[in-house]
Write a protein that binds this ligand. Structure first.
Ligand SMILES: [Zn+2]
Length: 250
């Protein structure tokens, strides 16, 4: 009895260890570690992002006339858009565009692409708040706020209605807006180019925007740091070209 007992014990012990080892191996095969699951999920997410972000091929200007209205996003993927008047997030608190699009005349588009390349060399790029504004939209705005201090009278129109003006700011490589001291459409002295009681970084950001725009055929207006006119666009006619909006499927 005494002779075989340790043998049984060691056999039992060996089989237990063997089972434990098997169990360990089995677990490794059947249940992939959390790391593997995460890697797979990451790959899946990456693949879907890549599918969604395949860029639409760009159009070329070819022999398009300088005064033809074009959709800027068809000619460059390098701009950022936040078309405020297509939302209620603007000083009128009303949506005056049916959909968010940035159209300008061809010569304005060409000049914007050139100046944006300049900005991109410095690690920033243009973000739009407003572009060409059809005269019918100007009428809508005037109806909401008939005050020439804030809205151009649609009878005379403005360079926005001519397709030569844009409202812009700059964003960094992560899409964060540079601090310009006030919000877009802040009406007050703080938004004026000659208001200097601002932090150094704000003054430097405004200077970068103004100097680069002015060196590339645009001019600013004293009271709005965000507004720029194409110098070659002042003599064009006020227009009422409008664009088609995607049909809502809901
Ligand atoms: Zn403007």
């Amino acid at each position: 009895m005494i002779g075989w007992q340790p043998k049984v014990v060691s056999l039992l012990l060996l089989s237990f260890l063997g089972l434990a080892r098997c169990k360990k191996v089995k677990k490794k095969v059947d249940e992939p570690s959390k790391d593997i699951v995460e890697v797979l999920d990451d790959a899946k997410v990456k693949a879907s992002v890549e599918v969604e972000s395949v860029p639409v091929p760009l159009k070329e200007f070819g022999d398009t006339a300088d005064t033809t209205f074009v959709r800027l996003a068809d000619y460059s993927h390098d701009f950022v858009y936040d078309m405020r008047y297509a939302t209620t997030n603007n000083f009128l608190k009303e949506k005056v565009y049916d959909c968010a699009e940035c159209y300008v005349r061809t010569k304005t588009a060409k000049a914007l692409i050139v100046v944006n390349q300049e900005f991109m060399k410095k690690g920033v790029r243009i973000k739009f708040f407003d572009c060409y504004r059809p005269n019918s939209v100007q009428h809508k705005m005037w109806k909401i706020l008939p005050n020439p201090q804030y809205v151009a009278n649609p009878v005379k129109g403005s360079i926005h209605n001519k397709g030569g003006a844009i409202d812009i700011t700059l964003v960094d490589s992560t899409g964060i807006e540079l601090d310009m001291g006030t919000e877009f459409d802040f009406f007050g002295k703080k938004a004026h180019h000659d208001f200097m009681d601002l932090p150094e970084t704000v003054l430097a950001n405004r200077k970068l925007l103004k100097e680069t725009m002015e060196a590339n055929g645009f001019w600013g207006i004293r009271t709005e740091w965000w507004h720029y006119n194409l110098s070659a666009g002042s003599n064009d006619r006020v227009a009422d070209f409008t664009w088609d909006c995607p049909v809502e499927t809901e």
